[in-house]
Design a protein around this ligand. Structure first.
Ligand SMILES: Nc1ncnc2c1ncn2[C@@H]1O[C@H](COP(=O)(O)OP(=O)(O)OP(=O)(O)O)[C@@H](O)[C@H]1O
Length: 329
C-alpha cells in the first residue's frame, strides 16, 4: 500500500545575476528562487491497483516518483510504502519495489543481460528457485531468448526495454513504478509491454503506478488516474467516471442495407445530430450521453432499418485530459 500525505518538494534554484560583476557577486552571496515542484499532495493506493499518474511536462510526476522510491527527501509531508518511509529505509524499500525509468537503465551497460540479472539476484538476495522461475517466465513472456547473452549497449531500444521490465520484476516486487516505459517504442513493442504489465498485475497482484504521456498506455493498463498540474492534484478517480463526466459526446456509426428515407421520432430528433451518406448507406448519429442512451438509438434503428454493422466510438482519454488541463475538473 502507498500512502502519501501532504507531500511537498521544493527545489532551490540559484538566481543568476547578469554580467561578470553579477557572477563575482554570486560567488560571495547567493540568492535563490524556490520551485514548488510538488505542492501538498495526498493520495493512497491499495495493493493491486493500476494507477496512471499523468500531467504535462514539468508537472511534478518524476519528483513524486523519486520520493516514493526513496531517491529524494520531501521538503514536508510524508510517504509510506507498505508502512515504511522510503527515503529513511532505502534498502528495505528497494526490496519491495521495482522501477523502470524509460530514459535510464538499471542494467549494466557493458555486460551481458543475464550477468546483470545475476548481479540483481545477489543485490536483492532473490532465492535461487524464485530467480530461476521468474527468469524462465519473463524469458517466455517478453521473448528474451537470444537477448540474454548480449551486452546492453548492443540492444535496440525495444529489446532493452523488454530486458528492463524483466529486471524490474525479477525480485517479485509488490509495487512497480513505471516512468515512461513505452517512450520511443514502435506500436508492436508498446503492445507487448502493455500486455506484460497487465498480466503481472492480474496474476501477481502487483501494484502499478505508471507515468506516461501516451494515453493509450493509460487506457489499456490503468483503472484509476491521478492528474497533476503545477505540483497539485487536479483529479484523482477512476477512469470510467471521468469518461462519463467529460465524455458527453458519443458517436454511433450505422451501415445500413438500402433504404428510402431516414426519419426519427421528434422526441429523439431533438437530442441527436445526424450525418447521412446516401451513397454508402452509412449514418452517423452523435448525441450527449446524459440526454439519450446508445441503446435507445440502436433499438430504434434496428426496428426501422436493416442494420448491417454498427460501431460506437468512445471519447478519447486524450481529449478529456486536454479539457481538464484547460478548464479544470
Ligand atoms: N533537480 C532540480 N532542480 C531544480 N528544479 C527541478 C529539479 N528537478 C525538477 N525540477 C523542476 O521541478 C518541476 C517538476 O519537475 P518533474 O521532473 O517532477 O516534472 P515531470 O512532471 O516529471 O515532467 P516531465 O513530464 O517533463 O518528465 C519542473 O519545473 C522542473 O523544472
Amino acid at each position: 500500500m502507498i500512502e502519501v500525505s501532504s507531500l511537498s518538494k521544493e527545489y532551490k534554484i540559484v538566481k543568476k545575476k547578469p554580467g561578470l560583476s553579477g557572477a563575482i557577486k554570486g560567488l560571495v552571496s547567493r540568492e535563490y528562487n524556490t520551485k514548488h515542484a510538488v505542492n501538498d499532495i495526498s493520495f493512497s493506493i491499495n495493493q493491486g491497483e493500476t494507477v496512471g499518474y499523468i500531467g504535462a511536462n514539468g508537472a511534478g510526476k518524476s519528483t513524486t516518483i523519486k520520493m516514493l522510491c526513496g531517491i529524494l527527501h520531501p521538503t514536508s509531508g510524508e510517504v509510506k510504502i507498505n508502512g515504511l518511509v522510503p527515503y529513511n529505509n532505502r534498502k528495505e524499500n528497494a526490496r519491495k519495489i521495482g522501477a523502470v525509468f524509460g530514459q535510464r537503465t538499471q542494467l549494466f551497460w557493458d555486460i551481458a543481460v543475464k550477468e546483470s540479472y545475476d548481479l540483481l539476484k545477489h543485490i536483492y538476495r532473490i532465492p535461487d528457485q524464485e530467480y530461476q522461475a521468474n527468469l524462465a517466465y519473463f524469458t517466455e513472456k517478453l521473448q528474451l531468448d537470444g537477448l540474454l547473452d548480449i551486452p546492453v549497449r548492443q540492444l535496440s531500444l525495444g529489446q532493452k526495454m523488454r530486458c528492463e521490465l524483466a529486471a524490474a520484476f525479477l525480485h517479485s516486487p509488490s509495487i512497480v513504478f513505471l516512468d515512461e516505459p513505452t517512450i520511443g517504442l514502435d506500436v508492436s513493442v508498446k503492445n507487448h509491454i502493455r500486455s506484460f504489465i497487465k498480466e503481472m498485475n492480474e496474476t501477481k497482484k502487483t501494484t502499478v503506478l505508471l507515468t506516461t504521456h501516451d494515453m493509450q498506455d493509460i487506457e489499456e493498463i490503468c483503472s484509476r488516474i491521478i492528474i497533476i498540474d503545477e505540483g497539485r492534484i487536479l483529479y484523482d478517480g477512476d477512469l470510467s467516471s471521468i469518461k462519463h463526466k467529460f465524455g458527453h459526446k458519443r458517436v454511433i456509426q450505422f451501415e445500413l442495407d438500402s433504404y428510402e428515407t431516414l426519419t426519427f421520432p421528434p422526441s429523439m430528433e431533438e437530442k441527436i445530430e445526424v450525418i447521412e451518406n446516401k451513397s454508402t448507406n452509412s449514418v452517423m448519429v452523435s448525441f450527449k450521453q446524459d440526454e439519450i442512451t446508445s441503446s435507445e438509438i440502436v433499438s430504434y434503428m434496428m426496428s426501422q432499418y436493416q442494420v448491417r454493422d454498427l460501431t460506437v466510438n468512445e471519447v478519447k482519454i486524450e481529449t478529456i485530459v486536454k479539457e481538464i488541463y484547460e478548464r479544470g475538473v
